[in-house]
Design a protein around this ligand. Structure first.
Ligand code: GDP
Ligand code: MN
Length: 388
């Protein structure tokens, strides 16, 4: 799960990690009030969306006086912000963060995340902060330093020293940095974060180390033990189809650019089905694993969500009836079809438990469903129909 910068900074503040003074604003009036409360200029107006690269896209602006605060807040709120992370369709800005503008001496990069391959927590740091870190890693990998920490031993002073040294920090700056890095490590582990990133981490002209930006991603599978974090969820920032699917515990992921919806039981079979759709010269519009033990109701909801996606021009249902019996699947499909109506061709391939009964239900339903003899036959049929 992703959260907004202002929420990440709230967590930073609670953890004792220094951030600029400021507050979130949901209207131009609130932004004006927040700026006035800061007491002096410049103030920074920052678009709050779940994507980075806002600065380059025009979503981060400095205001030199109250009039500019009003102007910038009005223009950024409601804008469709396009960054390299939003895709060309961009993201509608509904929230702002209004902060004190700080005098920047230097911009650094710092992140901490689990490294699955190494089975360790890794800190990544660079003196080339503020910019696209993927580019730094690709073009000048020597500018990106990594420090690995065994989670069973935990972070020690020498880990922090190694980072500070790698960033060319000394004296009081190194001390401030190390204290911050220790707190970031705790935050990352305590909240089961999949990423904590500060870009830029700044050194101010008056000798302070401050997190100017803040990004935190959480491991969804650990959210059950962080009820406070769940409150940060912002459904405005999530794909509406995925939000709907999550209500029924369906493993559904939308795939922009594709046009063949597919419903499959089992994640492995779903991955294979997507490959076979590609191989047939078409592109999947989603990943959907209804689960091994799906109920007719779940099948119905999954099918309904696929059909509601306007980019879906055809559907492939690929079920191996094991725990999910074929008759139950057939009932779910028929129910959903009767409720929402099917306006696109649907090809079904199913095998396994109660397959005869499942076929009978589909055949007698009066629905225009196309049956396939195996998976590649199914993929070729749906690809051909959609292309035609
Ligand atoms: P991102 O582009 O989405 O990563 O947004 P950031 O929070 O990183 O902001 C982008 C850039 O805006 C930073 O790299 C800074 O150069 C600039 N910026 C943000 N806050 C301040 C500030 O308080 N003072 C100054 N001078 N620049 C700022
Ligand atoms: Mn940034």
């Amino acid at each position: 799960m992703k959260i907004h910068e202002f929420q990440a900074k709230e967590l930073f503040r609670k953890s004792g990690i220094p951030v600029p003074r400021g507050e979130a604003a949901f209207s131009v009036e609130e932004a004006q009030r927040a700026a006035a409360a800061l007491g002096n200029f410049p103030v920074v107006i920052k678009a709050q969306i779940h994507a980075g690269g806002r600065g380059k896209g025009g979503g981060v602006k400095l205001a030199a006086n109250a009039e500019e605060v009003k102007q910038l807040a009005s223009s950024i709120l409601g804008m469709t912000l396009v960054t390299h992370q939003t895709g060309p369709e961009g993201r509608l800005v509904k929230k702002l963060l209004v902060e004190e503008g700080l005098p920047i001496e230097k911009e650094l990069y710092l992140s901490v995340l689990p490294d699955r391959g190494a089975a360790k927590i890794v800190f990544m740091a660079s003196e080339a902060g503020g910019m696209d870190i993927e580019e730094v890693a690709a073009k000048t990998p020597e500018k990106l330093i990594k420090v690995f920490i065994d989670p069973l031993i935990g972070m020690k002073g020498y880990h922090a020293n190694e980072l500070a040294f790698g960033l060319n920090l000394s004296g009081d700056l190194a001390k401030q940095f190390s204290a911050m890095a220790m707190k970031l490590y705790r935050l990352c582990v305590d909240y089961d974060c999949s990423l904590v990133e500060i870009n830029p981490l700044i050194l101010t002209k008056d000798g302070r180390v401050i997190a100017l930006d803040a990004k935190i991603n959480f491991d969804d599978n650990a959210l059950y033990r962080h009820k406070d974090i769940l409150e940060y969820r912002d459904l405005d920032e999530e794909d509406p189809f995925e939000v709907e699917a999550s209500k029924f515990e369906l493993n559904y992921i939308r795939m922009p650019g594709g046009n063949i919806g597919n419903m499959v039981n089992g994640a492995g079979l779903a991955m294979a089905t997507m490959d076979i759709i590609q191989q047939a010269g078409a592109a999947p519009a989603n990943f959907l694993d209804v689960g091994g033990g799906a109920s007719a109701e779940q099948v119905e909801n999954g099918f309904r969500i696929i059909l509601a996606d306007p980019s879906v021009k055809g559907v492939l249902i690929n079920i191996f009836g094991g725990i999910l019996r074929c008759d139950r699947l057939a009932n779910g499909v028929v129910e959903a079809a009767n409720k929402v109506g099917i306006k696109v061709p649907v090809v079904i391939r199913m095998e396994g438990t109660n397959v005869e009964e499942g076929r009978r239900i589909l055949n007698e339903s009066g629905l225009n469903l196309i049956t396939a003899k195996d998976v590649s036959d199914a993929a070729q049929k749906i690809a051909a129909i959609v292309k035609a």
